[in-house]
Design a protein around this ligand. Structure first.
Ligand SMILES: [Fe+2]
Length: 237
């Protein structure tokens, strides 16, 4: 298996004290490179039958008595490798807060209410050209315990699988024009402004659905000099 050195001028260092939990989470000892085991590399994968067509529609997939509250949006883009070749039939999982900035999770005690019609989770497979799209409502910003007034900019969490379950990568996308992005300690852990820019989805007004949805475009690049910044990339990969 070919190992790729992580580019520390592009990916954030593990220890970034302004992002306070990174202090306790970051390793204190030199890292070891571990070979992937046979079970990690050849274990079971998801199949097409595991994905239902409605899984990519977060407006509808948890609705009980109407649509969720919030700005209706579509997020679309492509998953590409380091040579900008499309990555077909790969699973993208999505999770996000509702329009008020509240996750449907028992550990989220933020003041904003749960939306009974919004679950905040979805998944989609890329097509043969590596393209994906999902429909949702724009998540709200939310405060978190870091500095006195630390707020996460509106964001959607995305996970991408490769050829095995062990090859799972996780990132976040942000929205063009959000003034909280530049103030976010998590975003600012990324050293290169071009890497931050690659996490900000531009408005794609040409693709918008008139009188229905705005559209944002987010391409995910899996590897190489201009890869999307992933939060959990194993060292050496
Ligand atoms: Fe989040």
């Amino acid at each position: 298996m070919t190992l790729y050195q992580r580019d520390r001028s592009w990916h954030p260092p593990a220890l970034t004290p302004d992002y306070k939990t990174s202090v306790a989470r970051s390793p204190r000892l030199p890292l070891l490179s571990l070979e992937g085991t046979v079970s990690e590399l050849t274990g079971p994968r998801f199949g097409h039958g595991d994905i239902a067509p409605g899984d990519a529609d977060l407006i509808a997939n948890h609705a009980k008595d109407g649509d969720p509250i919030g700005e209706r949006i579509i997020v679309h883009g492509r998953v590409l490798d380091e040579n900008r070749r499309p990555v077909p039939q790969t699973l993208i999982e999505i999770w996000q807060a509702n329009a008020g900035g509240r996750y449907r999770h028992r550990k989220d005690g933020y003041l904003a209410p749960i939306d009974p019609n919004f679950g905040g989770c979805g998944r989609v497979l890329t097509d043969d050209q590596g393209h994906y799209a999902f429909r949702t409502v724009k998540p709200g910003a939310y405060p978190w315990r870091n500095g006195v007034n630390s707020w996460r900019p509106a964001h959607i969490h995305l996970s991408v699988f490769g050829h095995a379950f062990a090859q799972r990568l996780i990132t976040q996308m942000y929205f063009e024009g959000d003034t909280l992005i530049a103030r976010c300690p998590i975003v600012n852990a990324i050293p290169d402004p071009r890497a931050i820019a690659a996490l900000i989805a531009p408005l794609d007004l040409n693709q918008a659905v008139p009188l229905d949805c705005l559209v944002y475009r987010f391409d995910i690049v899996l590897r190489g000099r201009r890869s999307t910044v992933f939060e959990n990339r194993p060292e050496g990969n």
